[in-house]
Design a protein around this ligand. Structure first.
Ligand SMILES: [Mg+2]
Length: 225
């Protein structure tokens, strides 16, 4: 039934201990001269590109391609630096859940559906030794709108698995109502985990297909075909 599993990153696979937000804030200061410029912003479940646009708009900076490029060129090495200074972790059950998916008789392909830009996703997941687990991904620099990213993930999944891949054969795993909404936007199944940016009750209100407090609470065999 499930042929493709795509994971959100922050709050779902890993918690960076604040390194991601701190990297945004430091970039705003060092590359654009805005001190503490992200205090009003809500990061969970958002795409990096939409966050940078909000930062620019909020501080009267033109949201030009050159400014986006400058932001991310500065952000990536800062992120790498801060990941080593903040105490983060792989979320509970992630490694066993992925191993369990791979051990299924007909294992699904495993990918990413994240608001992180691709290089940011790679830096974060390499830091936690997870990057090589993923065969494909849809990233925050593919589309600024998270709901559109689900369509990108499905299209790339079809590139791997063939054009017959149906949307309900894709499982989106995420930690915020934004993840649930983006899975729903393409008709995918959704597994919500309350290890990150939303409470269990908030996620329950979005009616995901599965809802667990962390990935130790569900077996990959649930998705066996
Ligand atoms: Mg998340």
């Amino acid at each position: 039934m499930i042929r493709l599993v795509v994971f959100d990153i922050d709050g779902t696979l890993i918690r960076t201990g604040g390194a991601g937000v701190a990297a945004f804030t430091r970039t705003g200061e060092e590359a654009f001269g805005i001190r503490n410029g992200t205090g009003h912003m809500k990061f969970a479940g958002r795409t990096d590109t939409s966050l940078v646009r909000e930062f620019f708009t909020g501080h009267g900076i033109e949201a030009s391609p050159g400014h986006f490029a400058r932001f991310f060129a500065h952000y990536l090495p800062v992120l790498e630096d801060l990941l080593g200074r903040h105490e983060g972790a792989v979320c509970a059950g992630v490694t066993a859940f992925i191993d369990g998916l791979r051990a299924l008789p007909v294992p699904p392909r495993i990918g990413l559906l994240t608001g992180n830009i691709r290089r940011g996703a790679e830096i974060k997941l390499r830091h936690y030794g997870l990057w090589d687990a993923f065969a494909m991904g849809a990233f925050g620099d593919d589309n600024e709108c998270r709901n559109e990213l689900a369509a990108v993930a499905l299209e790339r999944g079809r590139g791997l698995l063939g054009p017959a891949l149906r949307s309900e054969e894709m499982l989106v795993v995420g930690d915020t109502p934004h993840d649930v909404a983006c899975g729903r936007a393409v008709g995918a199944k959704v597994l919500a985990v309350s290890t990150g940016g939303a409470t269990h009750e908030e996620l329950a209100g979005t009616q995901p297909d599965w809802l667990v407090t962390d990935l130790t609470r569900i077996s990959a065999t649930e998705f066996a075909r």
